[in-house]
Design a protein around this ligand. Structure first.
Ligand SMILES: [Zn+2]
Length: 543
């Protein structure tokens, strides 16, 4: 009798479990804030409002030690890894640009001459995800729901819209400076949807740029930043000094692309993202939808002024308000707790070199031109052949294989001599022949990051690792950049909030490539096909 009762209970439990549909959020919103260092969550915390970054931290789950696990830490590479759970060695997006090692052709990550621009004249729309060699989490959602899920990507940058949205996206939109319109390509559609045309017709970029960019609060309250005018800050077109108020109306007349280098580029992007939610009715369909958003202006502002400028602080305070408005909009449109949002970054940024030197912390420029010239001189002296090095993209050094063969040179000898020379140059911590990295005395985590970033068809065989604080640039350069292994470039925020996410945090180190498998687990869908990441169990486990 006991046995029968047990069997009855067991069957009932199983039957109930299958009676319910798979539980999924109505919408997933993936936000990548371009060049957002992890420490910005806390450096400006006291000045954030309750609805933006603070809401993420106070309601959501934060992975406080999320690291980029490859090199170089550049935009296209980061967006690909976030949304594929893969690494550049496998997914093929090894930089924003690269040289094909077999053909010698230079590639931009999303260029595609087989498609045409939609929504404006010009070549800005000749883009697609075809160079991405693996599936994305957004592709996997489409596959899992037999394409009933809708996937849309939005960014000012083509690469930051296209790569996250994947191969099977319903749409990806990016911003065209010359027409001041969001555009797409025939890869996705032949005509912009009516809502996007309407948005473009409203002339919002001009309206945003008609005002001065003044600080949101009185300038003296920006106590986390340097004085307004520092010698290491860059200027916008037509400006004599990098100071507030920035006369955006005239700057925009001089150079339309400078809209990107203001906080209002993020405002425009998030307004377009909201229009896309309405336009495609995202989060209100029969299956889970996925919206990918990249806020790119933080990157442009950071590059121009550096992380310690009032401009960067003000850009984050404004983004905080824009994010609060987005979350409020989603609460209304999709429902509080009905959508899953995560916020992360494609990379961080170094402090400006002038700023570091002013405070006696070691930092300097690796002057790329000087280095290229002296390397050329050295190789000609050694091998009596000009231009053996074909490119030095992404801290990778490529050789002209045809020339090496035609001149009957020993490839291994050329590499060995080059490594030996580079290793003796100022600012270079390590120069390594990646094809022999197993024998190289390079410490972790640098070694793994080099290997994870090395795709032999798309990367030169040698790599340079600069000293901490150093980066490639020109003498007297302003602003900052990113691309290296150091924590300032590779320690990124990662916060999940909303549907099925409990409040909490972990200080366990996780990797950028763990984001997609964690999403896959939350959504009960397959991981992308180049995935190497691991599920962040603290987020998925209920207790
Ligand atoms: Zn950048």
């Amino acid at each position: 009798m006991k046995k029968i009762l047990f069997l009855f209970l067991f069957v009932t439990i199983i039957a109930n479990a299958f009676a319910q549909n798979i539980q999924r959020p109505k919408l997933v919103v993936g936000i990548a804030v371009d060049q957002m260092r992890w420490d910005y969550l806390y450096r400006f915390y006291d000045r954030y409002g309750d609805g933006g970054f603070k809401r993420l931290l106070n309601e959501g789950f934060s992975c406080e030690n999320t690291m980029i696990n490859y090199l170089p830490s550049y935009t296209a590479v980061g967006h690909s890894v976030i949304f594929t759970g893969s690494i550049p060695a496998i997914d093929g997006i090894v930089g924003n640009d690269w040289v094909d090692q077999i053909t010698g052709k230079k590639w931009y990550c999303t260029e595609d001459s087989t498609v045409q621009t939609v929504g404006a004249a010009g070549k800005g729309g000749q883009m697609s995800p075809r160079n991405l060699l693996v599936s994305t989490i957004t592709d996997e959602l489409r596959l899992a729901t037999n394409f009933r899920s809708k996937v849309v990507g939005v960014s000012l940058k083509d690469r930051a819209s296209i790569l996250p949205a994947g191969h099977t996206a319903n749409a990806a939109f990016w911003f065209d400076d010359s027409s001041a319109r969001f555009i797409t390509s025939t890869y996705y559609m032949n005509e912009l949807p009516g809502w996007a045309q309407k948005f473009n017709d409203e002339n919002r970029p001009q309206k945003l740029m008609d005002n001065d960019w003044n600080t949101l609060y009185p300038a003296h309250t920006y106590i986390q930043s340097t004085a307004d005018n520092e010698p290491w800050e860059g200027k916008l077109k037509g400006e004599h000094a990098p100071v507030f108020p920035h006369d955006l109306k005239n700057i925009y007349k001089e150079k339309r692309g400078d809209l990107r280098t203001t906080p209002f580029g993020n405002t425009l992007t998030l307004d377009f993202a909201k229009a896309a939610v309405d336009g495609y009715n995202l989060g209100n369909g029969e299956a889970t939808d996925f919206l990918t958003i990249n806020c790119a202006s933080t990157d442009y502002v950071g590059h121009n002024y550096g992380p310690n400028s009032i401009e960067v602080e003000d850009t984050y305070l404004r983004l905080d308000k824009d994010l609060a408005s987005l979350f409020q909009f989603l609460d209304q449109k999709v429902g509080y707790g009905q959508y899953l949002v995560f916020l992360t970054a494609d990379h961080g940024a170094a402090h400006s070199i002038g700023f570091m030197q002013a405070h006696n912390i070691p930092a300097d420029f690796l002057i790329s031109k000087d280095l290229n010239d002296s390397l050329e001189k050295f190789l000609v002296g050694q091998f009596r052949v000009k231009d053996l090095v074909s490119s030095t993209y992404n801290y990778h050094i490529s050789f002209d294989f045809k020339k090496i063969k035609a001149k009957n040179l020993n490839y291994e000898a050329v590499k060995k001599a080059t490594v030996g020379f580079l290793q003796r140059q100022p600012g270079i911590l390590f120069a390594v022949d990646i094809e022999h990295i197993g024998e190289a005395p390079i410490p972790e985590p640098i070694k793994s990051k080099i290997i994870n970033g090395f795709n032999p068809q798309r990367c030169g065989p040698l790599m340079i690792i600069p000293y901490p604080g150093w980066f490639s640039g020109k003498k007297g350069g302003t602003g900052t950049t990113h691309g290296n292994w150091n924590p300032y470039d590779t320690h990124i925020p990662l916060v999940f909030m909303g549907w099925n996410i409990k409040h909490g945090a972990t200080n366990r180190t996780v990797n950028m490539s763990d984001i997609s498998p964690t999403l896959a687990a939350l959504l009960h869908i397959q991981m992308p096909n180049g995935n190497v990441g691991k599920v962040i169990e603290e987020i998925v486990n209920k207790k």
